[in-house]
Design a binder for this molecule. Structure first.
Ligand code: 3AM
Length: 170
C-alpha cells in the first residue's frame, strides 16, 4: 500500500481562517482551498509505501531544530501551477535547515524529491489565471511544529490532513 505524502507546517487555525477570509467574493471557476487544507509545504514526497512511511516517521522524530517566526506579507500568482499563494519575503535560517533535514531524510529513504530552491508559500487558490485584488495583510506566527501530511483526492478536490506532528525543540 502507498499513500501520497508531504511534510508541511500547519498555520494556527485562526490564521488559516483569516487567510481564507482574504477573498470576500468568490469567482466562478477558481478553486479556493478551505481553511482546513491550508499549509506551508516543506518537502513534497509523492506516493510513499507504508514501510517507507514508517521509516520517514522514525527519522523525522530525531530532528532537532528551534521554533522560528514565519511572516507572510505578499500575495503572488504563479503561472505554471496556476496558483495564488501568500509568500514570505524572508526564509528564516531554522526553516531552511528544516527543509534540508527533511530532504536528507527523504533521500535516505529512497524518496526522490525536487531540487528547486525552496520558496515558502501558502496556496489559497488553484486554477487561477491572474492575481486577484486583495486588501493588505500580514500573517505572522511562531512555528512550533512541523507535520507529515496525507493528500487524498475527494469529489471536492484534494484534502490534506495531518498524519503526525513533531514539536520543534529549542
Ligand atoms: O504547497 P502547495 O499546496 O502549493 O502543489 C502541491 C501542493 O503544494 C505539491 O505538494 C503540495 C501538496 O500536494 N505537489 C504536488 N505534486 C508535486 C510534485 N510532483 C508537488 N510538489 C512538487 N512536485
Amino acid at each position: 500500500m502507498s499513500r501520497r505524502l508531504f511534510f508541511a507546517i500547519q498555520p494556527p487555525a485562526d490564521i488559516r481562517q483569516a487567510m481564507t477570509d482574504l477573498f470576500s467574493i468568490r469567482q466562478q471557476g477558481l478553486k479556493y482551498l478551505s481553511a482546513d487544507n491550508l499549509h506551508v509545504t516543506l518537502v513534497f514526497l509523492g506516493q510513499v509505501k507504508s514501510e517507507t512511511e514508517a521509516r520517514l516517521i522514525e527519522l523525522a522524530g530525531h530532528i532537532e531544530i528551534s521554533p522560528f517566526s514565519l511572516c507572510f506579507t505578499e500575495a503572488e500568482f504563479w503561472p505554471k501551477p496556476r496558483i495564488i499563494c501568500l509568500t514570505a519575503t524572508e526564509v528564516p535560517e531554522p526553516l531552511q535547515q528544516l527543509v534540508l533535514a527533511l530532504s536528507s531524510i527523504a533521500k535516505a529513504c529512497g524518496v526522490t524529491i525536487e531540487e528547486r530552491p525552496y520558496r515558502p508559500h501558502v496556496t489559497l487558490v488553484r486554477k487561477a489565471n491572474q492575481l486577484l485584488p486583495l486588501e493588505s495583510f500580514e500573517f505572522q506566527w511562531q512555528a512550533q511544529s512541523f507535520a507529515l501530511y496525507l493528500s487524498e483526492s475527494t469529489d471536492d478536490g484534494p484534502r490534506y490532513s495531518v498524519i503526525r506532528q513533531w514539536l520543534l525543540s529549542p
